[in-house]
Design a binder for this molecule. Sequence first.
Ligand SMILES: *[C@@H]1O[C@H](CO)[C@@H](O)[C@H](O)[C@H]1NC(C)=O
Ligand SMILES: *[C@@H]1O[C@H](CO)[C@@H](O)[C@H](O)[C@H]1NC(C)=O
Length: 296
Amino acid sequence: MISNNHLLLIFIFTFIISIYSDELFDLNKKFISTYDHARDYLISITNPLIICNGDNVVIIHRGKRYQEQVIPKLYHDLKSISHMPFKIYLTVMFNLGILSDDNYTELKQYLQDIRSIRNSIQFPTDIQQTQYDIIDLSIEYLETILKTKFIDQTQLNEFCQQARHLFSVNIDLAARAQLDMLDTKIRPWYEERFNDTERNTLKILIMGPKTARYGYIEKTYFYALLGERQEGNHIIYAENIDNEQRALEILGVWLLDAKASASFFSGDSERLHRDVLADAGVAHIKRIFKTSKSEL
Ligand SMILES: *[C@@H]1O[C@H](CO)[C@@H](O)[C@H](O)[C@H]1NC(C)=O
Ligand SMILES: *[C@@H]1O[C@H](CO)[C@@H](O)[C@H](O)[C@H]1NC(C)=O
């Protein structure tokens, strides 16, 4: 009987809470829409703004939008060549031993493809030979495995090692090609077209893949250009987002939280960038584990 009463009480109590929380939930929608407006307004007055998105950089300056290509075709070409040995490796990596019919057909076709590519590639003369070397290594390895119809682990490892030596040259070239073009396009904006005030208020929004967050080449470039040491003041990285509108919203949230944070937490503009509950949470988690230990 006692336990039934107890259940009834819990039931009534939960019921009351849920009525109130529905109203609160609705009221909170007003917070959300006001927040979104404030965020969009902040984005609209951010000047200047540089958005890095794939091959292009968008510069928003004094209400105008400019677009510059910052990744040269050479970068993509070098990448495609370096991916040849990688593609071969990926095809067979889980199928060591006798070459499956699937892989045989696939690689035979691939061999034909890269043979014909070899005849048509055009690179600056000083780097052409490296491209031939990578293709030739791939052709040679493919010919061997198509003949023996066997994937030997040691042979595959050797192929990978040789390929890596060759494409480390390409990686170096690709990084330089990309950075040189980026610098040629960006520096005149930063040093000449932006004034002192604008250099101070500049925001850079980098849209990039999640896995490349650390050491992402464009990010490293902008850190050096601005002499920044950490994300958040001028540079924001939006990971795994390929849609400019979504990325801008992330930037807007970041800016708005910094502004609101300074107002609510006595000038600490970083406070809202951490979970609002973080400090209280850590304190209570400590309490919980202390209690449970002393109960043991
Ligand atoms: C390689 O062979 C395996 C086993 O038949 C198959 O599962 C895999 O899809 C093949 N890969 C390609 C790229 O053909
Ligand atoms: C810099 O440019 C902005 C417009 O973006 C202008 O409002 C500001 O007065 C300029 N500042 C200086 C120091 O020229």
